[in-house]
Design a protein around this ligand. Structure first.
Ligand code: FAD
Length: 545
């Protein structure tokens, strides 16, 4: 049964399936494919008008992936890999969206996706041992298993500033950019935010706009993309032995095949450190610069500070006005504790006469008015405001389905009142047959998400098939296992520098959100081994009935 987007006339008859997937992005598409192959009757429910998830919604100028596209791809089917060639090292949003559409066509996935359908509530029915999902469009759904593939960066954060409704110009959000584009030529355009989407879009907006004031609260580290064709050294590695390359990615720390560094910073001379840094800077690869300089860069404040200082030098060299350069230079977090952004002319854009940095640390925004933005020091009149203010990451889209009611009428919002509690980032005690893909407590946003998504989907579908074949109808983690996972998460986070930064990884960007490091910092390969060990030990930490 497919409900047309926007219509609310579909039958109220409950749609019965084995598995309901919410979301048709990278994760939802692969889930649907795997579930079908495993013999389950499955559907996906998707708020958007088509497949793509992140790449459907984020159509702002300059939107690209920041993991090289040869790594940021599905790897489950060698024939699919052979059938698609990326045109660039970092593909643009339209190309990635085309790729996901190509995947949907190739496996005929759209026929089981209800587009234009948002899941609004979910309730576990103890008597039937099934989930009941309510949607805003068409029939409710009854399913044995409920899988949220709702995305870690899919719930845009609403503006925290008064007066947006009073503004008489146009307002856009990078995470909800209009499909037919926006003409910014000759306009006075304000960009609020200097996170990843802002850093990608500002150089392109600056080329069109008459005037571009950028409102920055917290500067980010950005490193150059040096985009172009996929680099020949990485391509040779991939083409030399594709299966081994993919396997190395699965066992790696971040989901991209790079060796583990063993040399620590103090074993290298200044010249050797600089040489390594310059090589990483020239490579324009996120995982290279995050993992390949020296072994202590992500775990030791001194080892990290050397990287920070080298990047600060680069910012000073790129930005002509020393005051602007200083304002653009981060000092409040270790490099890598916040996801570093991808820079194509970002810093150099501040040398343009039509671009101005407004430092909100010195002059906070007071209000948005009919004609523009008022800070503590001045009024800035603009025609357009672009909010590049990020997402309610990792838990935003999950909690937006409200309530999610588990056993005994427990609501997920209440269970997570002090921060997300999960077992393996996949399941929650008290919520039988409920799964999250790349949920809080899994490597998720600290990894190449394509690799993490495939691992989660494979693990979940393999478990569902094994349970079915063994005659079980429910699966749920124990309280003990969930508490132990929480402790393990906390122990791992003490080993990295993530604990020293207030970021969207910790919920610090959303007012009122509980401060907790949400992704698992133990690494993609080790995490995979733990998930596999849980299985080999007879589903350790799970109760099956
Ligand atoms: P999404 O792609 O977010 O899809 C989730 C879908 O669920 C959405 O379509 C949404 O509409 C739908 N949905 C949510 N709630 C509901 C509901 N209640 N009812 C119905 N539908 C719902 N990751 C990387 O690893 N490398 C990168 O280079 C990279 N670049 C990125 C660039 C940008 C601009 C952004 C925003 C993210 C980037 N990411 C990157 C992270 C990216 O989100 C993931 O790589 C991946 O696309 C996530 O896929 P997903 O299917 O899990 O979630």
């Amino acid at each position: 049964m497919v409900a047309a987007p926007g219509s609310n006339t579909a039958s109220r008859t409950v749609q019965q399936v084995d598995v309901a997937v919410v979301g048709a992005g990278f994760a939802g598409l692969y889930l649907l494919h795997r579930l079908r192959k495993a013999g389950f009757k499955a559907i996906a429910l998707e708020e958007a008008g088509d497949v793509g998830g992140t790449w459907y919604w984020n159509r702002y100028p300059g939107a690209r992936c920041d993991i090289q596209t040869i790594d940021y791809s599905y790897t489950f089917d060698p024939e699919l890999e052979a059938a698609w060639t990326w045109s660039e090292k970092y593909a643009t949003q339209p190309e990635i969206l085309r790729y996901l559409g190509f995947v949907a066509d190739r496996y005929d996935l759209r026929r089981d996706i209800r587009f234009g359908t948002k899941v609004t509530e979910a309730k576990w029915d103890e008597a039937t041992e099934r989930w009941q999902l309510i949607t805003d469009n068409g029939a409710p759904v009854s399913c044995r298993h409920y899988i949220m593939a709702t995305g870690c960066l899919s719930a845009p954060k609403p503006p925290e500033i008064d007066g947006v409704k009073d503004f008489e110009g146009k307002v856009y959000f990078t995470g909800r950019w209009p499909h037919d584009g926006v003409d910014l030529a000759g306009k006075r355009v304000a960009v609020i935010g200097t996170g990843s989407s802002a850093i990608q879009s500002i150089p392109l907006i600056a080329e069109q706009a008459a005037h571009l004031p950028v409102f920055q609260r917290t500067p980010n580290f950005a490193r150059p993309a040096h985009n172009g064709p996929a680099p020949s050294d990485r391509m040779s590695l991939l083409q030399g032995d594709r299966a081994a390359y993919r396997e190395q990615a699965r066992q790696s720390m971040a989901g991209v095949p790079y060796p583990q560094q063993t040399v620590v910073s103090w074993q290298l001379s200044d010249a050797e450190r600089r040489e390594r840094f310059e090589r990483a800077w020239a490579a324009g690869d996120l995982v290279h610069i995050l993992t390949q300089l020296w072994a202590d860069q992500a775990v030791d404040v001194d080892g990290n500070k050397i990287v920070q200082d080298l990047i600060r030098e680069k910012i000073r060299a790129a930005v002509k006005d020393p005051e602007v350069a200083a304002a653009l230079t981060p000092h409040d977090h270790p490099f890598g504790a916040k996801r570093p952004c991808l820079d194509t002319n970002y810093y150099a854009t501040y040398n343009r006469p039509n671009v101005a940095l407004v430092n909100l640390r010195q002059e906070p925004i007071k209000a948005i008015t009919a004609s523009g933005i008022t800070t503590a020091k001045r009024n800035v009149d603009v025609d357009v405001i672009v909010f590049a203010t990020g997402f309610d990451a990792m838990t935003g889209a999950i909690r937006a389905v409200h309530p999610i009611t588990g056993r005994g009428g427990k609501s997920l919002t209440d269970v997570w009142a002090q921060g997300p509690q999960t077992y393996l980032g996949l399941t929650v005690e008290g919520f039988p047959n409920f799964f999250m893909i790349t949920g809080p407590g899994s490597p998720s946003v600290l990894s190449n998400m394509a690799v993490s998504i495939e691992q989660h989907v494979d693990w979940v579908v393999d478990r569902l098939a094994a349970l079915r074949d063994a005659g079980f109808t429910t699966i749920e983690p124990t309280e003990t296992a969930q508490a132990a996972w929480g402790r393990h998460m906390a122990d791992c986070s003490m080993l990295t520098l993530h604990r020293l930064a207030n970021t969207w990884y910790t919920g610090a960007n959303v007012p009122g959100k509980v401060h907790a490091l949400m992704p698992y910092t133990g690494g993609v390969g080790p995490y995979r081994s733990i998930c596999d060990e849980v299985v080999s030990q007879g589903m350790l930490g799970f109760r099956l009935t």
